[in-house]
Design a protein around this ligand. Structure first.
Ligand code: PLP
Length: 395
């Protein structure tokens, strides 16, 4: 018999995907240049030249059997060593290859980590607004999710709410900075406060409470620093991805790094290996493993996203829309012009503006605008944003 839960999940498209599918149909009808599609977080900037050069070099090296062969389940040791060396060099943090598990992007890193730390009856805290797939990943691990909405215009950490939400069943909290969908970076002072709260609660409840640091946007910043969470909190597992930093989302490559300071770090790493194995995430794509060994630390040309960010933020706020300037990633989180963000997005559609209502991100009354698009798409969309704003003025 078919597993109904899985069939339901497979049949249930995400809101983002639905809008993207609509955009394909609409572009076929009226021409791609007339549709302003801000739905997907698909990098619009090519991978650094070094990525393509490395692929060519590897393919031409002649050792094709080794290149395309299995590596060990956790990833090739020289690649894990290189990643650990880079963590040491970049963050002054003592990483070692034995705590690194290479896998298929942040999605596989998160599902493996969640499965490794969740036991029956456990809860995982999501800081809203959050990446909607967290719900699916937590359900897969058997965790109940507890949503804690951020405070103020920038959805900063609400420590009072967190204090109330953490209980004897709390296993982990997912921290995503820079954030999808707000683009906010959690400042060091808040990470320190969070670490202190979690240490207090861990002691009170006699259990480890993990920070799962979801970091696909770490390199996409526009001037602000992103604190390296393992430096501030021992029980941290970093889920890193090259999808956005190297513009390689289709190549499915990233890693889990279990901080050596975690309680029983070796057992936790074994649990990550076991969880990944149970879902078939063994031996991440071999060619890509070798590519990242060479290109870890490189970044796509983020200045192009920054140009988009400046144009979009300045134009929208000049028109009168309300948004906080994103510090990282490539999303702008804007207040809808009515309480019902879905209704607002339907009206935006009439102006060929495809925006994502943020209800599924755990925050009502907002929309997410992905600005990883061509600069001209943003430039040409501004009159449509103006017309949409005018429509609400008349109401
Ligand atoms: N986490 C967040 C916050 C994301 O936005 C995404 C993708 O958009 C992922 C995880 C999954 O990334 P990956 O492509 O590396 O699996």
């Amino acid at each position: 018999m078919i597993n109904k839960k899985m069939a339901d999940l497979g049949n249930q498209p995400s809101v983002i995907r639905e809008i993207f599918e609509y955009s394909l149909r609409r572009k076929a009808e009226i021409g791609a240049e007339n549709v302003y599609d801000f739905s997907l977080g698909n990098p619009s900037i090519p991978a650094p030249k070094m990525v393509d050069d490395t692929i060519k070099e590897l393919v031409e090296s002649g050792d094709s059997v080794a290149l395309h062969g299995y590596t060990s389940a956790q990833g090739a040791m020289p690649v894990r060593e290189q990643i650990a060396a880079n963590i040491n060099a970049r963050f002054g943090f003592p990483a070692s290859a034995k705590n690194i598990y290479i896998t298929c992007g942040a999605a596989a890193s998160l599902t493996s980590t969640l499965k490794a730390v969740v036991n029956d009856g456990d809860e995982v805290i999501l800081l809203a607004p959050y990446f909607p797939e967290y719900n699916v990943f937590c359900a897969n691990a058997g965790a109940k999710t507890v949503v804690v909405l951020g405070k103020g215009d920038n959805f900063s950490l609400d420590f009072d709410a967190l204090d109330k939400a953490i209980n004897k069943n709390t296993s982990a909290i997912i921290v995503n900075s820079p954030n999808n969908p707000t683009g906010a970076i959690i400042p060091e002072s808040d990470i320190i406060k969070l670490a202190s709260l979690l240490n207090k609660k861990s002691q009170e409840f006699g259990r480890a409470i993990y920070i799962i640091a979801d970091e696909p946007y770490r390199e996409l910043t526009y001037g602000d620093d992103v604190p390296y969470i393992p430096t501030f909190y021992n029980n941290t597992v970093v889920c890193y991805s090259y999808s956005k930093s190297l513009s390689l989302p289709g190549e499915r490559i990233g890693y889990v790094f279990v901080s050596p300071n975690c309680d029983a770090a070796a057992d936790l790493f074994a649990a990550v290996c076991g969880a990944a194995r149970s879902m078939g995430y063994v031996c991440a794509p071999s060619l890509m493993q070798r590519v990242i060994a060479k290109c870890d630390g490189e970044t796509s040309d983020v200045s192009l996203y920054n140009k988009n960010r400046e144009l979009l933020y300045n134009s929208l706020t000049e028109i009168g829309y309300k948004a906080v300037k994103p510090q990282g990633a490539f999303y702008l989180f804007m207040k809808a012009l009515e309480d019902d963000a879905n209704a607002f997005c339907e009206k935006a559609k009439k102006h060929e503006l495809l925006l994502v209502p943020a209800d599924s991100f755990g925050a009502k009354g907002y929309v997410r605008i992905s600005y990883c698009v061509a600069y001209d798409t943003i430039k040409n969309s501004i009159p449509a944003f103006k017309a949409l704003f005018e429509e609400y003025k008349d109401r």
